[in-house]
Design a protein around this ligand. Structure first.
Ligand code: PLP
Length: 394
């Protein structure tokens, strides 16, 4: 059997093409040209799906994070706590909003280290931005309680967590505002795109205007008109809207979400159980409150030296299974020491230790049981090969 191709995307549902053909005929690609544009319908459907009052579709999740900070009216230089394990676009969104990212340690279960969170919250913060990195949910009960006690808003970066539940509630709807991505490697694929959800009328009015609803285009949003009238002409227009073309690609995929989530979770849990039979591999369990929606698997190498870790990745690759060890690949965008645009990058020993051992393998929902076994076998055999490599071999 050949190694399964985990990089190919799933086909886009045919309904999208019919809608795009219609748009090609009338050229109606801009969200504010007609009533009931695809982008507006997407916002209504997405808000309903999440059980949120309001949604705003934008160019990317990064744009949604940036707009969230702007809509929260964060003053210049405001300290925003973010996990030190996230994608480089997240601290970048904070910098873009003229705020200061404060990196919080992340433990070997890929979640915020609450001791460090407490220390950094106590040292002063004006907002908390939690990336549920690769769908791993930080302890939101603890984080929400602490943020509430300090009177600071919580933004959820649920870019890669669409479909995850926390105490039965949808991830991204727990904080003040939640942001999701439609970039190709996420649960819903439009190439690019993002969306934010909130129940706060003032926040959505500000975000809508700043996303590029110039003049009275806000009338095409089903949101409290007084708030728009209040902010009219008072906010900059960052023009980071979504095109109707993207919305047409996204909308038919929303109906596929439940199926993708349940298949992705079953695939993940099956491979996790197999990997956990090796003493060299460990898949951190879900938190008790968490029901995950994974499209990839992360696991830690236990007791392997860097040389052995390299041998592990090499042996897996030889069988056609690509393993990314976050901290060991050059210029990795999820390794905080590469975020040189921050100026001085702090030393974060816990996060660094985690990144040096944390592996990432894609596991799309469409994989068959045989394909999952192929991947698990390859990883288990690679772990065995690596354990036999001399610890200090180059
Ligand atoms: C993908 C991702 C982003 C960025 O999303 P874009 O839509 O590409 O801007 C941010 N945070 C996390 C956790 C992600 O996985």
């Amino acid at each position: 059997m050949q190694a399964p191709n985990v990089y190919d995307a799933d086909p886009i549902p045919a309904e999208a093409l019919a809608e795009i053909e219609r748009m090609f005929t009338n050229g109606d690609l801009f969200r504010y040209t007609s009533e009931n544009a695809s982008v507006a319908l997407l916002e209504q459907e997405f808000a309903a799906l999440l059980g949120s009052k309001y949604a705003l579709a934008v160019a990317s999740c990064s744009a949604a994070l940036f707009l969230s900070l702007k809509a929260l009216d964060m003053p210049r230089g405001a300290r925003v706590l973010i996990p030190a394990f996230t994608f480089a676009a997240v601290p970048s969104a904070v910098v873009h909003a003229e705020c200061t990212p404060v990196l919080v340690e992340v433990g070997e279960n890929y979640r915020i280290d609450l001791e460090d969170f407490d220390a950094k919250l106590a040292a002063g913060a004006e907002a908390v931005l939690i990336s549920h990195m690769r769908g791993h949910t930080s302890d939101m009960d603890a984080i929400l309680a602490r943020a509430r006690a300090h009177g600071v808003p919580v933004i959820e970066d649920a870019a890669h967590s669409l479909g995850t539940l926390w105490n039965g509630r949808k991830i991204g709807t727990l904080g003040k505002v939640g942001c999701y991505s439609f970039q190709s490697y996420k649960m819903v694929n439009a190439g690019e795109g993002g969306i934010l959800v909130t129940d706060d009328a003032d926040l959505i009015a500000r975000a809508v205007i700043m996303s590029g609803a110039y003049e009275h285009n806000w009338q095409k949003h089903p949101v409290v008109p007084e708030r728009f009238a209040h902010w009219q002409n008072k906010l900059p227009l960052y023009n980071t809207r979504l095109s109707n073309l993207s919305a047409a690609v996204i909308r038919p995929q929303l109906a596929l979400l439940d199926d993708r989530v349940s298949k992705g979770r079953a695939n993940h849990d099956y491979v996790a159980a197999r990997l956990n039979t090796s003493p060299a591999l460990q898949v951190p369990p879900a938190l008790p409150q968490e029901e995950r929606a994974p499209d990839s698997i992360q696991f830690n190498l236990c007791g392997l030296t860097p040389a052995q870790a390299k041998a592990f990745a090499g042996a897996a690759k030889a069988r056609g299974v690509s393993v990314q060890i976050f901290g060991q690949s050059t210029d990795n965008a999820r390794a905080f020491w590469n975020w040189q645009f921050l100026g001085e990058v702090p030393e974060l020993p816990k996060t660094r230790a985690m990144l040096m051992n944390a592996c990432d393998v894609r596991l799309p929902a469409r994989l068959s049981r045989d394909e999952l076994d192929y991947i698990a076998d390859a990883l288990l055999e690679a772990a065995e090969t690596a354990s036999k490599v001399l610890p200090d071999a180059a």
